[in-house]
Write a protein that binds this ligand. Structure first.
Ligand code: ADP
Length: 255
């Protein structure tokens, strides 16, 4: 662990969906910045592995399994953080699911509910529990980072339910600022473009090239390029940024 840039020293943070990809990178960056982390995922094995990686880097982390689409799990997760470490300062709602591309008129009730229950209900249940905990921080509040997407700003062929949930996350993030800024509770939505999480290796070369070229930078992002931003904006020095949407997209939304 680098000792020179501990800008989250003393902070208690939780990250959902931290067993893989973006979530794991965010948790590792929080750890490197000196925070104590509750790593959460529906996948116990992967989540425990993330917690172990943080410990290997010299950080402090525990794992708590939660299915974010269940309100009781979201509440138990926050309760775990408070019981274990005394408070909750930072929460990153990252867990999400991406459906196979399906034109809107072909989307089944089942697929719609599967995507909305994790991506949207999950962020609502999470934030509701997290805000209640942050209200107990003697007026110091806390920071919530919601992982939206570039698809929280624009549509994309075949991804209707995903696009709808990500737009809704951007709206809910604004609402936290409106309702809770006066209590020093702030929320920021982060909008990654397409990020290399392994799945891209299944694409045929032509589709892969098209996806790379959709970004002005000419490539997809690395999980670390999102994790570093999420950790940075969670720092207390970002106290005046609230309700914002921050793209992390290699210029995707710029054209
Ligand atoms: P990305 O890295 O692009 O965010 P991944 O699919 O690699 O996407 O990671 C998403 C993470 O969210 C996975 O670790 C997955 O297990 C987790 N996840 C998916 N559904 C849920 C859920 N209902 N509750 C908690 N975590 C979930």
């Amino acid at each position: 662990m680098s000792q020179d840039n501990q800008f989250l020293q003393g902070k208690i943070a939780l990250v959902t969906g931290a067993g893989a990809g973006l979530g794991r990178s965010i948790a590792l960056h929080y750890g490197n910045a000196g925070a104590t982390i509750v790593v959460s995922d529906i996948n116990e094995e992967n989540g425990k592995e993330t917690a172990a990686l943080i410990a290997e880097n010299g950080g402090t982390a525990s794992f708590k399994r939660a299915d974010v689409s269940k309100a009781a799990d979201a509440e138990a997760l926050v309760e775990f953080a408070v019981n274990q470490y005394g408070r909750l300062d930072i929460a990153c709602n990252n867990a999400g699911v991406a459906p196979p591309a399906t034109p809107l008129a072909e989307v089944s009730d089942e697929l719609w509910h599967k995507i909305t229950s994790v991506n949207l209900d999950g962020v609502f249940y999470g934030m509701r529990a997290q805000i209640r905990a942050m209200q107990q921080n003697n007026g110091q509040g806390g920071t919530i980072v919601n992982i939206a997407s570039i698809l929280g700003q624009v549509g994309f062929p075949g991804l209707g339910p995903y696009v709808a949930t990500k737009h809704a996350i951007v709206g809910l993030t604004k609402q936290v600022a409106v309702d809770y800024a006066s209590q020093n509770i702030r929320a920021i939505a982060v909008g990654p473009a397409f990020i290399k999480t392994g799945l891209e290796s299944n694409l045929d070369p032509k589709s892969r090239a098209a996806l790379d070229e959709a970004h002005p930078i000419g490539r997809m992002g690395e999980p670390e390029e999102v994790g570093a931003v999420v950790a940075a904006i969670s720092a207390p020095t970002w106290s005046f940024v609230n309700g914002s949407y921050i793209p992390v997209d290699g210029g995707f939304l710029a054209r």
